[in-house]
Design a binder for this molecule. Sequence first.
Ligand code: HEC
Length: 135
Amino acid sequence: MSIIKKTTCVLLTVTTLAFSHGDMAPQKVDTQGLPEVKDDVFKNPFSGNKLAIEVGATAFNQNCARCHGLEAKSGGIAPDLRLLTDGDDEYFLGMVRGGAVRNGNVYMPPFPDDIIPNSALWAIYSWLETLPEED
Ligand code: HEC
């Protein structure tokens, strides 16, 4: 196999694995109106920001709800994100960027910057912060 064919093959396999849990491709988040956030920010800069909370709700529905549940009420497939606490900011950042991949199994795909820019990532966290921990 040529190197190009090999690369394509690997990429296809990775893509297939990443989306094998659902057929919805990740959707780029519209962050219009939110300022950009740099990569070296490890604490939510948008806590309580009304626009961020709205953007976050949409971004969550587009990219996370299919596993973590509508309103983040997990149906048991993935952890209940309402239980994240203050101070989980950096952990949240790491999970979204890195996903959860163990022994080649993709439990959660990583979400790169071109799908979920930093501002959208923190918008999602801001929205999660507004949710009650349980009903
Ligand atoms: C394909 C299903 C899937 C999608 C889509 C998904 N996740 Fe996950 N997520 C999981 C699973 C499964 C875990 C548990 C991973 C493990 O077993 O280590 C997880 C874990 C997490 C955790 C750690 C929770 C904890 O309590 O430790 C965070 C934070 C998280 N996801 C955020 C997100 C966000 C934000 C999105 C959307 C941008 C998202 N996830 C999209 C399946 C998914």
